[in-house]
Design a protein around this ligand. Structure first.
Ligand SMILES: Cc1ncc(COP(=O)(O)O)c(C=O)c1O
Length: 366
């Protein structure tokens, strides 16, 4: 048996008719940029997150970049983020001219460690960016308490956590502004690149709308130097067809995760993802921790199981950030995570047999 890391073919069959009809409608109207479907999707996605405004943009990276731009972050400023995340979380800070300031991750959640947050704050800190890694919300109460004490806005990087919640409140509504990616492999994925900024703050909404559209305030009237970063109407058609199914698909992921956990519960040498009572994990990624990870990875591949590492190098040790002068040992939890994490196949329509096969291979290999 071969088990791919991802397989969205069944998902596609579920939405195919609606998507093809929607594509036809958009093509007939010829309204390919910020068309009616895009406006409707922005509203639907903001409603889903429980916030007032949605701004469709062309990627999760741009969502973060424009959100920071809307907060006025720029040269000379600092933005705090966890070091164990995807590099886009830091790149968007660098694009603004600000400096990314890393903090260590926390063992229990793999997310930003709130205990390490306060010591990273300086007079230059202009934003705090927690990441809801793998689909598990960060410790938002503790993070927000520090942010409020210092009057610093919180930007959620929710690129991996569509539909998860923290103490009953949806991710996307927990900070000043939140950013989602619709990269095709995400919980809510387009048929290409896409992203969305969501916020309750009118000032952020208005500035982000301007920034994504050449800084435009009238047809050829430009208030600021903006960008071209809009969500295509055709992508909005795909996302609008998928959105009503997101909760069902997340529940399928949660069920798959429960089967994995049951199957691997007593296996020595495997650390399973933590379940925390106060938040919902949507398992965009199902990452276990193992010793000798690279050997386990090879063994799984030999058995036909698609496995990946998210992520093998924490950002403070990436060459791209050598200028910050960090060394091994600076953020020990993140470094250990990077050495041990292994992402197992996870997608809503996995069969029980596929999960059983992955588990038996993992037990064999270990
Ligand atoms: C945590 C995180 N932030 C940001 C991004 C960037 O999103 P995009 O690929 O849509 O630019 C990703 C995408 O993988 C991500 O995982």
């Amino acid at each position: 048996m071969n088990v791919p890391f991802l397989d969205f073919s069944e998902q596609y069959q579920t939405i195919k008719k609606e998507v093809m009809e929607g594509f036809g409608r958009v093509c007939e109207k010829g309204n390919f940029i910020l068309g009616e479907e895009e406006k409707n999707f922005e509203k639907a996605f903001a409603d889903y997150c429980g916030v007032e405004h949605g701004i469709g943009v062309n990627s999760g990276t741009d969502a973060l970049y424009l959100a920071l731009g809307s907060l006025g972050v720029g040269k000379g400023d600092e933005v705090i983020l966890p070091t164990f995340t995807f590099i886009a979380t830091a790149l968007c800070i660098s694009y603004t001219g600000a400096k990314p300031v890393f903090v260590d991750n926390e063992d229990a959640t793999n997310n930003m460690d709130p205990q390490k947050l306060e010591e990273a704050i300086t007079p230059q800190t202009k934003a705090i960016m927690p990441v809801h890694l793998y689909g598990l919300p960060a410790n938002m109460d503790e993070i927000k308490a520090v942010a409020q004490k210092h009057n610093i806005p919180v930007v959620e990087d929710a690129a991996q956590a569509h539909g998860s919640d923290y103490k009953g409140q949806k991710v996307g509504s927990l900070g000043d502004v939140a950013c989602f990616s619709f990269y095709p492999t995400k919980g809510l994925g387009a048929f290409g690149d896409g992203g969305c900024i969501v916020t309750n703050r009118k000032d952020i909404y208005e500035t982000a709308c301007m920034l994504r559209d050449y800084g435009r305030v009238g047809r050829y009237e430009h208030k600021v130097k903006g960008f071209n970063s809009r969500l295509d109407t055709l992508q909005a058609v795909v996302l609008a067809a998928k959105l009503p199914l997101l909760d069902e698909w997340n529940n399928m992921r949660i069920k798959n995760a429960a089967q994995y956990k049951q199957c691997l519960a007593d296996v020595e040498g495997i650390q399973l993802p933590n379940v925390l009572e106060d938040r919902k994990h949507v398992y965009q990624t199902f990452a276990v921790r193992v010793k000798d990870r690279d050997k386990v990875l090879e063994g799984m591949k030999e058995k036909g199981v698609g496995v990946l590492i998210h992520y093998p190098i924490p950002l403070h040790l990436q060459k791209a950030y050598a200028e910050l002068g960090h060394q091994k040992g600076d953020f020990p939890v993140a470094e250990q995570l990077a050495d041990e994490v292994l992402s197992l196949p996870m997608f809503p329509h996995m069969s029980q047999e596929q999960i059983e096969y992955v588990c038996s291979c993992l037990k064999d290999v270990i």
